[in-house]
Design a protein. Sequence first.
Length: 351
Amino acid sequence: MTGRTPRLSRLRRLAPSRDEDGARRSGRRRGTAPKVVALGGGQGLSASLTALRRITGDLTAVVTVADDGGSSGRLREELGVLPPGDLRKALAALCGDDDWGQTWARVIQHRFQSEGDLHGHAVGNLLIVALWEQLGDPVQALDLVGRLLGAQGRVLPMSAVPLELQALVRGHDPARPEDVDTVRGQATVALTPGEVLSVQVVPGDPPAVPEAVAAVLDADWVVLGPGSWFSSVIPHLLVPELLDALVETKARRVLSLNLAPQPGETEGFSPQRHLEVLARHAPKLALDVVLADEAAVPDRESLADAAKRFGAAVELAPVARQDGSPKHDPELLAAAYDRIFRMHGRIGPWR
């Protein structure tokens, strides 16, 4: 980047300004929770949101909109809408642990099983798309769904238009293991048997949702990951206004690594390689903390070296479920985030 874009300058005015010590002028009292923005998609973002809602009530999810498979892909193709699936999952993750929240979480995640056109569609996807058509405003509609569910936070799409993910993949065709092909579509990229070299989105200069940019600029902490690296995490860095905001924000930034490589997309990746490909896609991005499960890092020195390129410290903590599955435990992940928020960087206005 060569400087702040005019659009980002306008969007910055949506966010409260800061004093030099980082305190807000927005009137929040000391002792309130940190303002946290979490970026990602799919199950990785859901895991992060389920943990984060336990430690802050000021939480915003910024969700990728490149999904083209399943119910989301069918609705996207038929109606030309943003893919609602990852947005639905984020809303479900923000539902409370009371009866109301858990009932609605199950309802919007419910998928119809039939021999007809409804088969495989999730109730929440249909609800979200219906409100988009009724209100004509994706953000307003998602806010309304959030109020209905009693969601403990806000869900925003990262871009105002549906995106197509394209990847350069070596060995996508096993019969040609050294050839590099362009693979199109998030669902195809996620399952490729080849080595993903880089990704881009189409259109190449997609508009960011203004509220998402404003949330990043006004955050105390920004959390990126965990999740499918090339199809859920990196796409946020391919929306120019959103990347500008991530670079320019005075928020602290934490990158949460996956518990294991993802079959197909990041097969064979070490923790440090995840950082290396992130740096290739966003060389100007700085980080403050890289969070990883202590059991998933065989070479701590190499990970620390990779993190230093971002200006980040490494925090190792037990964040995996105890059943041996590569899934985050919400309570352990919440404890790790809470410790990071309290111990790293300047004392925030929530202390």
